[in-house]
Design a protein around this ligand. Structure first.
Ligand code: PHE
Length: 455
């Protein structure tokens, strides 16, 4: 048993956790969801969900991880020996692994687009185009970069290799060091691009759309989507926060950490909204241009192409996406690596290689599902979409409800109070409200996600 490596510094542990929380969920999924669910009202609900439900469930995962000081399965074995609660951890590990399979592919695209922005290929032969033809030029590029068999596959594999490299470095010299460098970089780039888009002509219209809520647009479906988005973007239900918290020193203030991580994750989502909506409205692009992958891989290159120095802004933007994706993929694969180390007693190197080998195969299949495997479908879904749907619609909500029920009702008495107060060495006013939320409110609300997904 690795008893137990810890993050070296307070800043480092926050950077690593924030790095996990800030991912493609914030920078890409959030603006697309905001658009699909009616703009500012969705933002408001998302903020409420993060603050009222996300933070308490995050605290439950932190307490489990640091209280049990083991991997996502091991904490349940340690805290409730001889009981089947470890299955809750197993669901989280399974969810994280399956998410990693398709997320690596999208992460690979960000690296691919970064490369083609820097090398110039993305803007080749589009200089003279405008309007519709500009758009179709980037559509064609996306076909080539995403739906080809070979190109995206190379970048997916590269992404997995980079992840393996970081994870081989270990918790302090790999994950923590990477996050300490990349997180400040991410914020600098984000603010720079935000400045540019906010100073575009008519940017105000986009800002208004994003920030002025129309409450008439709130429906139960919008609430459920906001909650799903909040949980995904805080990395809940994936075993990540349990695993990372098992590396937190005993004196880490869990409540403060959860608030900082959640607020920074929120901030990034809001800044992304302030980049995307003004840019899109300023160039009069239509709403369809915000859907799914089109948003970042067609619409934004279209915007950059119309600015001075398109390659500079494009390179910075895809670097931002790549950084967000990398710190998230590292955290999600660490869940399996930690489990292999702690459960099977593997050395880190063996654990990393064992985790990565099947990932190479499964991610490749996901990547090919945009190319020659696009007609291989189960339940009408491609391999990529199947994994996405199965994890986000089923495994994540089920896992999160189970964590809440365990922490709320079955965990050793006083675990939450002990962890939030660092075993009595600091006062915690939050134990009672957090316990109330994870006992009653959170399971019911997350249950609604499950119900709505079947409707
Ligand atoms: N918060 C992360 C994101 O927004 C969630 C995540 C972490 C997803 C790790 C996948 C891998 O992307």
């Amino acid at each position: 048993m690795s008893s137990k490596i810890q993050f070296g510094t307070k800043i480092g542990l926050i950077a690593a956790t924030v790095g996990s929380a800030i991912g493609l969920g914030n920078v890409w999924r959030f603006p697309a969801e905001t658009q699909a669910n009616g703009g500012a009202a969705f933002l408001l609900l998302y903020i409420v969900c993060v603050l009222c439900l996300g933070i308490p469930v995050m605290l439950a995962e932190f307490s489990l991880g640091r209280g049990g000081r083991s991997d996502a399965v091991g904490v349940f074995r340690k805290l409730s020996p001889g009981k089947p609660w470890w299955l809750v951890g197993a669901v989280a590990v399974l969810a994280s692994y399956l998410i990693a399979c398709y997320y690596m592919v999208v992460a690979g695209w960000t690296l691919e687009y970064l490369w083609h922005s820097v090398a110039g290929g993305l803007y080749e032969a589009v200089d003279t185009a405008s309007g519709e033809s500009l758009r179709s030029a980037f559509d064609v590029k996306m076909d080539h970069y995403v739906c080809d068999d070979v190109n995206p596959l190379i970048f997916t594999v590269l992404m997995i290799v980079v992840n393996a490299g970081v994870l081989l470095g270990g918790v302090q010299k790999g994950i923590e060091k990477l996050s300490n460098i990349l997180m400040p970089l991410l914020f600098v780039i984000l603010l720079a691009i935000c400045y540019v888009t906010l100073t575009l002509p008519d940017a105000g219209e986009g800002v208004r759309y994003f920030l002025e809520p129309d409450f008439g647009r709130i429906t139960p479906r919008v609430v459920v989507n906001a909650l799903g988005q909040a949980f995904f973007s805080l990395s809940l239900g994936m075993g990540i926060l349990i695993t990372y918290a098992s590396y937190y020193p005993a004196d880490t203030n869990l409540t403060r950490t959860s608030v900082i991580v959640s607020l920074l994750s929120l901030l990034v989502a809001v800044l992304m909204g302030l980049i995307i909506f003004p840019a899109v409205k300023s160039f009069g692009l239509d709403n369809e241009s915000l859907e799914g992958a089109t948003l970042v891989f067609v619409t934004l290159p279209e915007v950059f192409a119309q600015l001075p120095w398109p390659r500079l802004w494009s390179s910075l933007f895809f670097l931002l996406l790549f950084v967000a994706a990398l710190t998230s993929t590292v955290s999600i694969t660490e869940v399996t690596v930690a489990m292999l180390e702690d459960r099977l007693g593997m050395r880190r190197r063996t654990a990393v290689l064992t985790a990565m080998a099947p990932l190479l195969l499964l991610s490749s299949l996901c990547s090919l599902s945009f190319g020659s495997l696009s007609s291989a479908k189960l339940f009408g879904l491609t391999i990529f979409n199947l994994l996405d749907t199965f994890t986000t619609d089923i495994l994540l909500p089920v896992g999160s409800i189970a964590v809440c029920i365990y922490m709320g009702w079955f965990a050793p008495k006083g675990l939450l109070a002990d962890e939030l107060s660092n075993h009595g060495s600091r006062r915690s006013r939050w134990t009672a409200p957090v316990l109330f939320i994870i006992r009653y409110l959170a399971p019911v609300m997350i249950g609604l996600i499950l119900v709505f997904n079947y409707m």
